[in-house]
Ligand binder design. Structure first.
Ligand code: NAP
Length: 250
């Protein structure tokens, strides 16, 4: 990768986002590590990248709020220069619930954090990348979930629906932005070892469910990061509107 490549990874303080930021940095990208509130986790990602000789900045921003997203992109423009890769990774999961027990406010929060954030960041990124707008193109990778396919019944249909929306947004944007030099693809992880399962109310969920996974184990965040890197890279230059499932065969 040329060293002037610049990647923004939302929600890069922990889990899949953190591993993706570190992998991109190892590949020579200057990386913008975005986070919501866990400054210590974000700083530890920064330190690891810096120690290894990588270039990165850390920017706190709630990516579901348009004013924060504007500030995030302005910081990126000023400190790293032209954006070439956006990874929409930040998302939330709420405790396992039957559909009937999911409140309207929880449903709206889920859509705002998981879907509106992707919409807002894609808008800012595509303005900068678009050939028609004077940019040089770029690549967007949206982190969806196998839940978009399963629907996550009895657990998180709100989360699954938000990821279904991400898939549709990915397909539509891929077709609309292709002529502007922007590729848009998705990665659908499933059962990855991160703190998200604790947010979902069951920290040892993967232990309970691993025998249902064809590969008989949960995945590592680094295994998802590899798929994100490939889609973002020129190795995937003829790939747009596509999805890679990283879910052990599910
Ligand atoms: P995680 O460990 O819970 O980390 C979530 C990250 O998102 C954190 O860095 C958090 O920042 C950030 N974040 C949350 N809300 C934000 C907001 N409004 N603005 C900015 N950042 C925000 O999650 P993960 O498991 O790595 O998941 C990463 C992605 O993979 C998500 O899109 C998730 O839906 C998807 N996924 C995960 C799994 C899995 O099994 N883990 C399966 C399928 C899909 P703070 O640290 O500041 O809180």
């Amino acid at each position: 990768m040329p060293s002037n490549n610049v990647a923004l990874i939302t929600g890069a303080s922990r889990g899949i986002g953190a591993e993706t930021a570190k992998l991109f940095a190892r590949q020579g990208f200057a990386v913008c590590i975005n986070y919501l509130s866990n400054v210590a986790a974000a700083e530890s990602v920064r330190q690891e990248i810096s120690k290894a000789g990588g270039r990165c900045i850390v920017v706190q921003a709630d990516v579901s709020a348009s004013e924060d997203v504007e500030r995030l992109f302005e910081a990126l423009d000023a400190q790293l220069g032209r954006l070439s890769v956006l990874v929409n990774n930040a998302a939330i999961l709420r405790p396992q619930s039957k559909f009937a027990d999911i409140s309207e406010s929880r449903f709206m929060e889920m859509l705002k954090t998981n879907v509106l954030s992707t919409f807002l960041c894609c808008k800012e990124a595509s303005k900068r990348m678009s050939l028609k707008g004077g940019g040089i193109g770029g690549s967007i990778v949206n982190i969806s979930s196998r839940a978009a396919v399963s629907g996550a019944p009895n657990e998180y249909v709100d989360y699954a629906a938000s990821k279904g929306a991400i898939d549709t947004l990915t397909r539509g944007l891929a077709a609309e932005l292709a002529s502007e030099g922007i590729r848009v693809n998705g990665v659908r992880p499933g059962f990855i070892h991160t703190e998200m399962h604790a947010s979902g109310g069951e920290s040892n969920r993967l232990e309970r469910l691993k025998s249902n996974i064809p590969l008989q184990r949960g995945g590592q965040p680094s295994e998802v990061a590899e798929a994100v890197l490939w889609l973002a890279s020129m190795h995937a230059s003829f790939v747009t509107g596509s999805f890679i499932d990283v879910a052990g065969g599910l």
